[in-house]
Design a binder for this molecule. Structure first.
Ligand code: SF4
Length: 318
């Protein structure tokens, strides 16, 4: 079934003739929202920098799935292993380099430059993707990132918005408000850097009205792509402990996620690229929800629901 949204896989096929995989790297840059001893941080974060041992790529792009790492491998090791996995499994070296774990602009710019340069020198990558927080995107960082742009080489920043509600962000211990997202996105886009926004659907804390407000921030800013995640409570996160204690924090059922996601996609600007619609964690780390169908089944159900409703991406956008 053709899925009624602007999927990353389709965009990559048009741009490069086929899938482009991601080599995910953990540069060990940590996160300004955590204390030096590793405590603190966002309530939904288990302290593994969002990926830890399980490096994976964007959905719908023919992703690398599991790449298990040993303890603290060098950047060179990580790139080598990622490339070898892609070559073995997909018989291609078409890839972008993704600094994925933690906040990847969380260091002085000369340090960042050395780290990016080291990894980029290892392979003729088609692009650089840097995941970070909006409060770590100043002019110096933007200057460094834009210096890598050249014909045939894209630079993307994945920015965590998560929610448009300051009350929800405060409840999550996010350490910044939602107002910093738009200026960061504009600063990046004005310098030729593509922006992908991360949203997190947290049904115990807000509903469709709140999610629509976050989607409006995507629609009304120079954001080219989006990743929308269902809330997953990973073992070791504060939110998982709270959920066990109080029994008052829920994660979405499959049916609810399918219906909410279809509705949100119908409100998303049709030009925005959809990179991800489902969070995925290795089962050893996942506390809740315990049972969710695999990604392609969920995506098919979202597509089926949209078709049944007569919706395509943006159909309900005003
Ligand atoms: S900003 Fe990212 S890495 Fe830092 S605590 Fe929050 S989710 Fe974890």
């Amino acid at each position: 079934m053709t899925r009624p949204w602007n999927a990353l896989s389709t965009v990559l096929k048009e741009r490069y003739g086929g899938p482009v995989y991601r080599v995910a790297v953990d540069a060990g840059l940590s996160c300004p929202n955590r204390r030096p001893d590793g405590s603190g941080g966002c309530a939904f974060c288990d302290g593994s920098g969002a990926i830890a041992t399980h490096l994976r790529t964007g959905e719908d792009s023919g992703s690398t799935s599991a790449l298990l790492l040993g303890s603290s491998p060098s950047i060179e090791d990580q790139v080598r292993r990622g490339l070898s996995y892609i070559r073995r499994r997909y018989k291609t070296g078409f890839a972008m380099l993704h600094f994925q774990a933690w906040s990847n602009t969380n260091a002085p710019v000369p340090v960042l430059e050395k780290i990016y340069d080291r990894a980029l020198a290892l392979h003729p990558f088609l692009g650089l993707i840097v995941s970070t927080r909006a409060d770590l995107v100043d002019d110096e960082v933007v200057g460094l990132l834009s210096s890598y742009i050249r014909p045939g080489f894209e630079v993307w920043v994945e920015l965590g918005l998560e929610s448009a509600s300051d009350a929800v962000l405060a409840r999550m211990g996010r350490g910044h408000d939602s107002a910093i997202f738009a200026p960061a996105a504009r600063r990046l886009a004005a310098n030729g850097i593509h922006v992908c926004a991360h949203l997190l659907l947290m049904p115990s804390f807000e509903g469709r009205a709140g999610w629509l407000a976050a989607l409006d921030m995507v629609n009304n800013n120079p954001v080219e792509a989006v990743k929308i995640h269902n809330l997953c409570l990973t073992r070791g996160s504060r939110l998982y402990e709270e959920a066990l204690d109080c029994g008052c924090i829920t994660t979405a059922s499959v049916r609810r996620h399918v219906e909410d996601m279809a509705w949100l996609l119908a409100h998303l600007d049709p030009h925005v690229i959809v990179e991800r619609l489902l969070a995925e964690f290795p089962s050893a780390r996942l506390g809740m929800p315990r049972h969710f169908p695999d990604k392609s089944q969920v995506l098919d159900r979202i597509a089926g629901h949209m078709v049944a409703k007569g919706w395509a991406q943006g159909a309900l956008k005003v």
